[in-house]
Design a protein around this ligand. Structure first.
Ligand code: ADP
Ligand code: MG
Length: 143
């Protein structure tokens, strides 16, 4: 199992003031932050990032949502990162998410669901590279 995943604190959660709470949940769950930034996606960037969903009926809305305000992509590291992070955030629809998960606590609904998480090791690699150059992914002095 890979040790990398990409998280994004999405525009609804940034707007709602939950950056700090969400980062706190992530680090308390044992993930190390390898890179992080606040950025404002262009329409072209959001379309490219969510290209796998381009045939889905919600693709247009998803692109509008992800370009509606700044978001915070975060490159994370941990054993079993993809699965453990998805467990921490909960189901796509907060109505179906387990108690205590990020989405249960901070998502508004199935569309405005507070956070992104990679769905496979392969996509984690691609998604981290989408947001961060190699120079931005720094080795930690204390590791
Ligand atoms: P996840 O983010 O849990 O991996 P998906 O990859 O299936 O979920 O979907 C990507 C994102 O698209 C979701 O996080 C959510 O913001 C949005 N989305 C998913 N399903 C719907 C839907 N039925 N209607 C509107 N937006 C949706
Ligand atoms: Mg997904």
């Amino acid at each position: 199992m890979g040790r990398k995943t990409l998280a994004i604190i999405k525009p609804d959660a940034v707007n709602d003031g939950y950056i700090g709470e969400i980062i706190s949940m992530i680090t308390k769950a044992g993930f190390k932050i390898k890179a992080m930034k606040m950025t404002y996606l262009t329409k072209a960037q959001a379309q490219k990032f969510y290209e796998v969903h381009k045939e889905r009926p919600f693709y247009g809305e998803l692109v509008d949502y992800m370009t509606s305000g700044p978001c915070v992509p975060i490159a994370l590291e941990k054993d079993n990162a993809v699965a453990d992070y998805r467990k921490l955030i909960g189901a796509t629809d907060p109505a179906e998410a387990e108690e205590g998960t990020v989405r249960k606590l901070y998502a508004r609904n199935k569309q405005f669901n507070a956070v992104h998480g990679s769905d496979s090791d392969e996509n984690a690699e691609k998604e981290v590279a989408f947001f961060f150059s190699e120079q931005e992914i720094l080795e930690n002095y204390f590791d």
